[in-house]
Design a protein around this ligand. Sequence first.
Ligand SMILES: [Zn+2]
Length: 380
Amino acid sequence: MSDPIRSHESARASPRASRVETIPVDGEFALCLTHDVDRPYKGVRSLYYATRERPTYHLRTALRSSNPYWQFEELMDLEEELGVRSAFYFLNEQHLLRDRSLSEWFSPSNWIQHLGRYDVTSEEIVEVIRALEAGGWEVGLHGSYHSPDDPDRLTTEKSTLESILEGDVTGGRQHHLRLTVPDTWYYHRRIGLEYDASLGSCTECGFHDGYRPLRPFGDEFVVFPLTIMDQTLPDPGSQPDAARRVCERLLTEAAENDAVMTVLWHPRFFNEREFPGHRELYRWLVERAQELDAWIGPPEELFDAIEREQPSETASESDRPVHTDRRNVLSEIARTGQRTPITNYDGPYQSTEATEPADQVDVVGRPNRCPVRGERRGEP
Ligand SMILES: [Zn+2]
């Protein structure tokens, strides 16, 4: 008997891909706030940094008691002050030596990945997850590096998180935006996730994949395209005005097009000493969106509003019938997508110490290499 999760038959039987046509929330547009929890502990990564710059500072911050990447409380306080909530996506990576093959031990990029691994079931992370949930934040899944084509692994990661939450996980995003379209979405839907927020670029910000969420299978499963990943902006420490200009342009574009704009700020970037300018830029972005009368919240809340308003909306008469294989999902994205590359700045900050590139990411027909960075502005 074939494995029902791995079988694509039911995915391909779905006749249409479509878009969410209206955004049923109060406001000129919707701004979804998200945080991928990649590296909450600087820990042993300090040893890696210490060999390169400011050794005494980095060695000192290796101590747990002065962990500069632990930004949960600060971030919650900031969002409480701003009157907004966001989504935190938690990663549950496999242990390199225990869970991965011997051949993977010898890749430098795997070691850099592994140095920052955390245990999502540890007492302090569990406490944070429960505090977030109790405070009205969304807790979602940050599918691990090797999970996009591994439904069994995705199932394990989702159920571990759900056992901590004592409830369902609605959606999330894949680490490094690694997707195989549409297979990963099919696995997400099959294991009970209702949305994904991985569709986007690690190198460019903009509405590359359209202004509205996509329904790749024409059913209730929704994809929220990513508009801004923090590290794709001009460095807000050295070019604060340029970074704001890019955000302003995208906020205005969102307001003019009734768009859903989704942004990703990694929690450790909220440490002002290590990553100057990021926290202030995030505050400015949220306050500017409020001035522009945006609805602001986590994707789960928007998903729920969409489902209430348009329950299990399927394709409208105006949609072309397309079969949901990769090529047709891509053509649907291209048909309704708006490509607006941002070109009026010097380009995103590039770490001078970016190491080996990660594997080629198979996403939406364009090159999308997300380098594995062990450096200042981090990895996706
Ligand atoms: Zn990540």
